[in-house]
Ligand binder design. Structure first.
Ligand SMILES: Nc1ncnc2c1ncn2[C@@H]1O[C@H](COP(=O)(O)OP(=O)(O)OP(=O)(O)O)[C@@H](O)[C@H]1O
Length: 590
């Protein structure tokens, strides 16, 4: 049964509606008297109380339409209604005019012309215009005014004769028919909305919609669980993102720190609104884009899983002690050593010891960061924003002298004094400082406390442990094929020079693991791989010819192999240079 509320602006209509109600069976009609804003208040309550449709008339119907989201049916002024009134008014002696909204005046004007009635028609767009229009008419000698309730009330106040255009039975029957039709469409739409809403609620992403005024008008279940709308509406970062999306009319992405977590936001313009798709950046998820900053130049980690530092050498034991000691303090720590020998691992271990809540670990890859990007970070107040976090300046020695100066300003800035800096560089940093190619004060400020990690070839007693750790780490990744390494194979590995240190050892073990057909890594396989590595290092200085006669896939493979060789089989570096992730690199090489 359709539940409809009828809000009528005058008594007569109320009576007629009651009469018709007796004859209608499929619509439950509740009839109330209310003109304009009184009518709106009644309609709002009705929507809350589960009415399906509202029926009203003229200006009252228009106002209600703006205030509720259920269908509002307007009892139209029919030709019969106008004709009835015009016939009535013909009997009046004074000058007459029709004043009302276009739904009344348009039809009336046509009928007056057709029947040659001398009645003026005036159209209003707002009820507040009525009084002025009638005052003018009065000055011009008009005595009779025909129109809706507002017009008639105003006419009476000005001492004119007001004649109400009443609705006849036909108009009401039409309105009831329209009610049935709208209800059918609306209930179908409502079912669709429920369906889409439940689909959106099942979505893992938080989805929210902002209107033009930057107010949230919709949030799916995840969105409402994660955020207080007011927090997002008051966030300067969100507001900037909304403005940028509106200005460009294009999709924008940004990583924003909200409620102690990082969220990757995709903002999509949708007419006047902007739809936000928010994804929480999970712990250890790397390569997160931050505004215009190069994807690879910055990484956020909200929590970092603990990777133990393996090695029984005296040197590694010393490193572990230093990590323990510096982990208890907040001062900057400078970690030195050759590439791939565990500097970042040491930095993460210090961070984990210092971290108390959800402070982020932010890695700035100084070798990938451009001057422009550093400027952007400064303009965005990036460092101030993450003031409670730990910033790891990876390979700081790769910054050009301009960037070193800018960085020094950032480090010295009073507002950034809460930031905790961890730094890594080659062990030759002190030479660079003495020969003037590295900023002395920057080094003195950040390098008061340092950790030196010696190259793997100087602590060969660590290799055996590392090999076993890496084999065990490969099991969850590739299944459990290889369980160990033959002693003679291990000796080959221990005696190798490892210019790329632990990182290179890790890559080689992964390669041997994947190539192996037995449970143990054999000496022959090790020798082959290490020989190939040697040759590749030699060859990488020569210009390798890439054969362009093959298919695109073959050429791609050659390029990847060449880059991989140039990076000493370091997959992470090769993948980074090629702008792909490591699993894609492996897939393409298969
Ligand atoms: N002592 C260790 N025990 C276990 N794993 C290690 C150890 N040292 C390094 N690793 C592993 O080797 C890889 C390279 O280490 P890391 O990235 O920390 O080196 P890095 O010195 O920061 O390298 P670079 O600065 O050249 O990128 C990582 O996967 C790391 O987990």
């Amino acid at each position: 049964m359709i539940k409809a509320l009828v809000i009528v602006p005058y008594e007569g209509l109320l009576e007629m509606m009651k009469e018709i109600d007796q004859e209608v069976e499929d619509i439950q009609l509740q009839i109330e008297l209310g003109n304009l804003y009184e009518g709106v208040a009644i309609a709002k309550d009705a929507e809350k109380n589960g009415y399906h449709v509202i029926i009203s008339r003229g200006g009252t119907a228009s106002l209600i339409q703006e205030a509720v989201s259920i269908p509002v049916i307007d009892i139209q002024v029919t030709g019969y209604d106008v004709l009835r009134i015009l016939t009535l008014v013909k009997g009046f002696s004074g000058k007459a005019a029709i004043v009302g909204f276009s739904n009344i005046t348009q039809g009336a004007a046509t009928i007056c012309k057709l029947l040659d009635f001398d009645i003026k028609t005036l159209t209003i767009t707002k009820d507040t215009e009525v009084k002025d229009k009638l005052t003018n008419l009065k000055k011009l000698g008009y005595e009779v005014v025909i129109g809706d309730v507002v017009t008639v009330q105003a006419a009476k106040q000005l001492g004119m004769t007001g004649v109400l255009i009443t609705s006849g039975k036909e108009a009401i029957i039409d309105a009831l028919e329209e009610t049935r039709r709208s209800y059918r469409i609306f209930s179908q739409l409502q079912q669709d909305v429920f369906l889409f809403q439940s689909i959106l609620d099942c979505n893992e992403q938080a989805i929210g919609v902002f209107n033009k005024a930057e107010k949230i008008v919709y949030g799916n279940e995840r969105f409402n669980k994660e955020f207080h709308w007011i927090d997002l509406e008051n966030s300067a970062e969100i507001s900037a993102l909304l403005k940028e999306t509106a200005l460009t009319g294009e999709k924008q992405s940004k990583t924003v720190h909200i409620n102690h977590s990082f969220w990757k936001i995709k903002a999509c313009p949708q007419g006047d609104a902007t739809v936000f798709f928010l994804e929480k950046i999970l712990p250890n998820q790397a390569d997160v884009q931050e505004g215009e900053v190069n994807m690879n130049a910055i990484e956020f980690h909200t929590s970092s899983s603990f990777i133990p530092i393996s090695g029984k050498s005296e040197q590694i034991q010393k490193v572990l002690n230093q990590i323990d000691q510096y982990g208890k303090r907040e001062e900057p720590v400078w970690i030195m050593g050759e590439e791939g020998n565990g500097k970042e691992l040491a930095a993460r271990s210090i961070y984990l010891k210092r971290k108390t809540k959800n402070e982020p670990f932010i890695v700035l890859h100084c070798d990938l960061l451009s001057t422009e990007q550093l400027k952007n970070l400064m303009n965005e107040n990036f460092f101030l924003k993450y003031a409670n976090g730990v910033i790891y300046l990876k390979n700081i020695d790769k910054l050009n002298s301009y960037m070193q100066k800018e960085l020094y300003k950032i480090v010295k800035n009073e507002s950034n004094k809460m930031l905790q800096w961890l730094v890594s560089s080659e062990s030759t940093i002190e030479d660079k400082v003495s020969n003037g190619s590295f900023h002395t004060e920057l080094y003195e400020t950040l390098g008061r406390v340092s950790i030196y990690i010696p190259p793997l070839r100087e602590r060969r007693e660590d290799i055996e442990d590392l090999v076993h750790v890496f084999i065990s780490e490969l099991h969850p990744k590739y299944g459990n094929g290889v369980v160990g390494i033959r002693l003679d194979a291990l000796h080959e590995i221990i005696n190798y020079e490892w210019p790329g240190n632990v990182e290179q050892l890790k890559q080689v073990i992964e390669q041997l693991f994947l190539q192996s057909h037995s449970f143990y890594i054999e000496k022959e396989a090790v020798v082959t791989v290490l020989n190939r590595l040697e040759q590749q290092v030699k060859k990488s200085d020569e210009l390798t010819h890439i054969d362009l006669s093959g298919t695109l896939e073959e050429i791609e493979k050659q390029v990847i192999t060449k880059v991989l060789e140039e990076e000493g089989l370091n997959q992470s570096k090769a993948a980074k240079r090629l702008g792909i992730n490591r699993s894609t690199l492996w897939r393409k090489l298969k």
